[in-house]
Design a protein around this ligand. Structure first.
Ligand code: NAP
Length: 278
């Protein structure tokens, strides 16, 4: 058990805004990282109600809050409230991270997609030249599609029940993006479930595992449960499988580095999650 040093007059403050926010794992991950890195920083959850995102961004400027993670329902509203948005944020129309820069400007970032790419590449594999099939066209899917296009994927195939959202999501990958039918997932190197299907509240399979084979990798962005029925079925068919925990850790790690300038202690963040999950 690590004892945290109490905040003092020099403590840098970061946090997460959302509504609701009490369930967020971000305070656990970021505080574990500050502790491991020996930084005099602290990270708190701010319950910011729907419609109050721009006031929260003003508070960053006035209170000198160094960084904010952003969760539902504020991911779109903070883009307009920030002073600068990265090209990815402008393309996605959504941000999950705000940084107060040295000139007092609030910069909007989106770390979800790069978190996905970094987590995939952490053992030396590369997205470059890979075919990726993404199931879903919501916020998580869009981040992954945009980042994979930017990271040099050969193709990014989008599978989604609503065709119009699929078309808009596929365009985020540029020339390598396209909309396909589920059967085409058999041609991908990596298949990503970016729908909530497989969580307790949304039972079922996002894609028939019989369409897939053992040369492929299946990644489920869900991390609660750690193994969805779909991921389990894919593993039984011999696919390499991974849940969403590594993407969660790596998107948080990017935020940590953006704010502090230090390398993120991913092992400490992972250990904190494991201790909490039991
Ligand atoms: P979202 O914006 O609500 O999008 C959900 C997508 O799933 C939509 O494209 C929707 O299709 C599709 N979908 C929903 N229910 C479906 C069903 N029953 N059958 C078929 N398609 C269905 O959600 P999100 O924020 O992108 O989150 C998606 C998942 O990613 C969640 O499970 C979330 O926990 C996970 N996630 C993980 C991480 C991580 O770091 N690991 C980060 C973010 C999100 P339509 O377009 O047709 O409505």
């Amino acid at each position: 058990m690590i004892l945290r040093v109490a905040a003092d007059g020099c403590t840098d403050v970061a946090g997460v805004i959302g509504d609701p926010v009490a369930h967020s794992l971000s305070p656990l991950l970021h505080n574990a990282a500050y502790e491991a890195a020996g930084l005099n920083w602290t990270y708190v959850a701010f319950h910011v109600r729907h419609g109050l995102a721009s006031q929260a961004v003003d508070a960053m400027r006035s209170l000198g809050i160094r960084g904010l993670s952003v969760t539902m329902p504020h991911k779109e509203a903070v883009v307009d409230a920030a002073d600068i948005a990265t090209p990815s944020v402008r393309a996605l129309g959504a941000a999950n991270c705000l940084k107060l820069d040295s000139e007092g400007r609030v910069v909007a970032h989106n770390t979800d997609g790069d978190g996905f790419v970094n987590s995939y590449e952490r053992h030396g594999d590369s997205i470059v030249g890979k075919s990726i099939a993404v199931i879903g066209a919501g916020g998580a899917a869009r981040s992954v599609i945009e980042a994979c296009g930017r990271a040099g994927a050969k193709s990014v195939m989008v599978i989604n029940r609503s065709r119009d959202r699929a078309d808009r999501a596929a365009a985020l990958a540029g020339d390598v993006g396209c909309v396909v039918e589920p059967a085409s997932a058999g041609m991908a190197d990596i298949i990503v479930n970016a729908t909530p299907v497989g969580m307790e509240a949304s039972p079922g399979m996002p894609l028939d595992p019989a369409l897939l084979s053992s040369t492929q990798t299946a990644i489920d962005l869900i991390y609660h449960p750690l193994e969805t029925p779909w991921l389990h079925a894919c593993a039984r068919r011999g696919l390499n499988t991974e849940n969403g925990l590594m993407m969660l850790l790596h998107q948080a790690a990017i935020q940590f580095t953006l704010w502090t300038g230090a390398d993120a202690p991913i092992d400490a963040m992972s250990a904190a999650y494991a201790e909490k999950a039991g």
